[in-house]
Design a protein around this ligand. Sequence first.
Ligand code: SF4
Length: 456
Amino acid sequence: MKPALQPLVHDRRSACPGLFRMAQARDGGICRVKLTFGNVTSNQMTGIAEAAEQFGNGIVDITNRANVQIRGIRPDSEDMLVDGLLELGLGPLTDKGDDVRNVMISPLAGLDKGKFDIRPLATRVLTALQTSPSYQKLSPKFCIQIDGGESIAMVSHPHDLWLSPVNSGNPRAGFSFGIAGTPPVLAEDFPALGLVNVEHTFELVTTVLDIFIEWNARNPDASRLRHMLADIGNEAFTRLLEQRLGTTVQHPDLYYWRREMPLASGHFGIVDTSNAGHCMVGAMPPLGRLSPDMLRSLTAIADRHGCGTVQLTPWQSVLLPGVAIERAGETLKALHALGLVSDPREPIATMISCSGSAGCKSALAATQSDGIRLAALLAGKPDIPQIHLTGCSKSCASPLAKPLTLVATSEGHYDIFLYATNGPSRFGKLLASNRTIEESADLIGTNFGSGGPSHA
Ligand code: SF4
């Protein structure tokens, strides 16, 4: 039975949209559809296009967790929208399981040559989250990453719990894990907390969750594992974990273990896979946003050239799996014709933005249209670092600072920040204040357009 739509109440869940809970924005309700590992069939994609057109304002965003958001939902359409999405098979396994469908894996999971297939483990974890009454109470932001060491992976998003094989070609070497962070890639990154055998990976996840839920019962205002770690500390948590698992998880050598650096732009263009004779083809819709017509055309391309599914990515882009290698070039051309970009050197290929003033009352500028204008002014200039436009300092589009951040100050004006590990602001160092889009393009193009930054 479909759960009743939940009114917006002042609890910790109210700000997060879900399938059954439309968050209210300036342009109407937002419905977030949490997809299983970012995978959607062409039939489902067509249904989403129709729903966005019929019940919303036609805007569908890919999120940085490889889900989709349908925007502009009218209050009298909410029930019909939910019914339609459930009929498409886009609902959770249980009535109360929607919020906790937060397991991230690589878009290449199971298809990367020589890499362990982590999809069965990820599916087991995702099922447990949705079907266990105690796990269903976790925060909608509570998230788990199950990494297989794939060459294409988003490993910079912090997760409540992450697991990663210490040798991606040999799962018997065990899985490292960490809490409230990311798998270490660089020497200066925070090391893994522990190591478990591949047979114990599922038990590790459930034990960590159980420990957190018990702690959370005594600390009901907290919602994330980082809160528990800040309270009890790494040592006490690790000891407790070892007691419950009946095994040692701390290994001195783990201090030096680093995950292999994923490819910088691996999700663009033609991607080799272990599926003989077939590849994936990837491209980015401008600012991760798709119209109903684009969605329908995308599904037609997936049906004609691929295997009838579309893989969404945490870079807010798409990958079409199952494309015969000899048809890859043609498929890429079809995506370009649709307005998607596959050249990572183009600023629009990596630019991200929140909804801006068109969709959010807090926004000081129209970040989406400003972003498109900025990208057009910078088009063809190589070496532009990734740009993030945000309508206010809340930075909804990115939990982490990007190389360049434009923070709106008023309509059409932005402060420009260059990322720096030592701040002074959360976005880095202030390069320029209160610049128009044209002034921003001049400054960025001059400083970065043909080489490294002169302000760095
Ligand atoms: S970053 Fe600010 S302006 Fe943009 S969507 Fe979030 S709250 Fe709104």
